[in-house]
Design a protein around this ligand. Sequence first.
Ligand SMILES: Nc1ncnc2c1ncn2[C@@H]1O[C@H](COP(=O)(O)OP(=O)(O)O)[C@@H](O)[C@H]1O
Ligand SMILES: [Mg+2]
Length: 226
Amino acid sequence: MEAGPQILVVKDLTKIYQVGPSQVRAVNGINLEIRSGETVAVMGPSGSGKTTLLHLIAGLERPDNGSIQIGGSYLHKMSDASISAFRARFIGFIFQAFNLIPTLTALENVELARRIAGLRDAKKHAAELLERVDLGERTKHKPGQLSGGEQQRVAIARALVNNPALILADEPTGELDSESSRGVIDILLTAVRERGSACILVTHNPDVADVADRVFTMRDGRLQEK
Ligand SMILES: Nc1ncnc2c1ncn2[C@@H]1O[C@H](COP(=O)(O)OP(=O)(O)O)[C@@H](O)[C@H]1O
Ligand SMILES: [Mg+2]
């Protein structure tokens, strides 16, 4: 694949948690660059800092040191309000436990993300994306009326509806059986490549890591390329 322009540039990123008298370096001096159209898998044991890394890049937590540049904007220099607006517009986040709003339908869950991003034609784009993830027949279902695989496909549609430059997926298939996992990963990776987004995919599944462009392992807050 022809490598596109840099979307994410992370330099010397560090996050330290103070737990009682001791300090945990959850993310310890990480450097990472990802280009448009590229999917990077991150593996590694539980507690190695994978979620913390994604949260820092999404601006959900603040680093203690280092810089995060997304599409030329420096996240670590922004106010909290600016970070929220930036995330809504330029980042798609996919959680292991789907995190859909239970009282809203599939369509409304996806629509809302586009409205929050301040983009037009929310309903139209949401409906198109649900069609794209093979849920055209499930738009009026609420999350509780959908299977795990279906809920995660709604979450993928939600993560894509703002046309994000960067997609962050934290063990998106962790609660799915292997068949649903394959469907979810196929849809996600195809969308990333088609749209020229960049994607960081945290996973324990070696099959998933096989389809990524690069694979990293995280250990004790450090990232190593395989
Ligand atoms: N809010 C927090 N307060 C204190 N320690 C935390 C917090 N979040 C994570 N940690 C610690 O940081 C380390 C990395 O956690 P995490 O990023 O969740 O790892 P992973 O996603 O790889 O399982 C762990 O030792 C964890 O206990
Ligand atoms: Mg985690």
